[in-house]
Design a protein around this ligand. Structure first.
Ligand code: OGA
Ligand code: NI
Length: 356
């Protein structure tokens, strides 16, 4: 098995951030190179309209009697999550001015001098703070991007000493966005249940009170050689689900052995199903592999909000989704997050460890 890079080596290696290398006009060092420059797969969705489904959350979340349009939209949602594991959410109720402000404070943070950003720097062993991912195992490439990871919900999980003080509005905007995302996550949990003909509160009863939210701000610098690196390596998310706000395109979803780019839509949020929800739905909903491409000219910002089951909770397929025709595909898992990250650091998926 591959070794983890010695901490000191990794610390030195990762202390110069991608954004600094780009400002210094450097090409990607060897440890970032993960592709041979001949990847014809980058733009397999050459059609002008990407088929990533668009779902109107407002339409499917109304508590009034379901109209035919709502029923059709719910079927579309179920189908999207069973095949893509992802969709673009519109009608989600978060004002576009708040989405703009989130993109703005994220961009402003990364534009600051290194010294300001390093006030909240993390070590390579830590998850929370500014920097890169924890160092992957030896032989695994590094991502061509910089991040801030922050626990944002519940209140007790927050480490405010790691929340940026500049730009000044960062904290207030993130607080407000977190509360909006929490509400949206709850609405979406109900909608997911309804689409499977389950009691609408069933996922919330299991996660709701104790669910946690982690925010990951991703800054994808331009790259002289986008054909050699990736902004974010292929992975699935460990969350129940993830809600991503992006500015420019770059995120790709793997489906039918092809990559599909999620198109730009300033008002939409990208919903990505995570491994935990694939397990809870006994595999009916899929946790998709996704990645982020680097771009020659265009930098990119995204903010991923991970809606996670409580850490100590045992998670398994719902009994009402298992019967003779639909045998149980997954075991009950506890602390799957630890297993997930062990595999993540090797560039692998972990969900097979939960299969029966
Ligand atoms: C992630 C992720 C997508 C993006 O942070 O897990 O997949 O568009 N982000 O940055
Ligand atoms: Ni992801």
């Amino acid at each position: 098995m591959a070794e983890v890079l010695p901490a000191e080596e990794a610390e030195i290696l990762l202390s110069k951030r991608v954004q600094e290398m780009v400002l210094d006009g450097e090409e990607p060092p060897a440890l970032y190179i993960c592709r041979d420059g001949k990847d014809t797969d980058d733009h397999s969705d050459s059609s002008t309209v990407s088929p990533v489904p668009v779902i109107d959350i407002g339409l499917v979340s109304s508590s009034a009697t379901l109209t035919d349009i709502c029923i059709l939209e719910l079927e579309k949602l179920r189908s999207a999550l069973s095949s893509w594991g992802c969709f673009q959410a519109i009608g989600h109720g978060i004002p576009s001015s708040l989405l703009d402000e989130m993109r703005k404070v994220a961009k402003e943070f990364f534009k600051q001098p290194v010294a300001e950003k390093k006030k909240i720097a993390k070590t390579v062993a830590e998850f929370e703070g500014y920097g890169a991912d924890p160092a992957p195992e030896e032989g695994q490439p590094l991502d061509w991007s910089d991040r801030i990871v922050l626990e944002v919900y519940p209140q007790d999980n927050k480490n405010l000493n790691l929340w940026p003080e500049k730009p000044e509005s960062f904290r207030d905007i993130l607080e407000e966005y977190t509360m909006r995302i929490k509400m949206l996550a709850e609405v979406t949990s109900r909608v997911l249940a309804k689409s499977l003909n389950l009691h609408q509160d069933c996922f919330l009863d299991e996660l709701g009170d104790q669910a946690t939210i982690t925010a990951r701000f991703n800054y994808y610098s331009c790259c002289q050689r986008p054909d050699l690196v990736l902004g974010l390596k292929p992975h699935s998310d460990v969350s129940a689900f993830t809600i991503v706000l992006q500015d420019e395109p770059g995120l790709q979803i793997r489906k039918d052995d092809r990559w599909f780019t999620v198109p730009k839509n300033p008002d939409a949020l990208v919903f990505i199903l995570g491994d935990h929800m694939e397990i809870m739905t006994n595999g009916i909903f899929k946790s998709p592999v996704h990645r982020v491409l680097s771009n020659l000219q265009m930098e990119r910002i995204s903010i991923a909000m991970f809606y996670n089951p409580p850490a100590d909770k045992e998670i398994g397929p719902r009994d009402d989704l298992v019967d003779e025709e639909n045998p149980r595909l997954f075991k009950k898992v506890k602390d799957y997050v630890t297993t997930y990250f062990q595999y993540y650091q090797r560039g692998q998926r972990a969900i097979h460890t939960a299969q029966v």
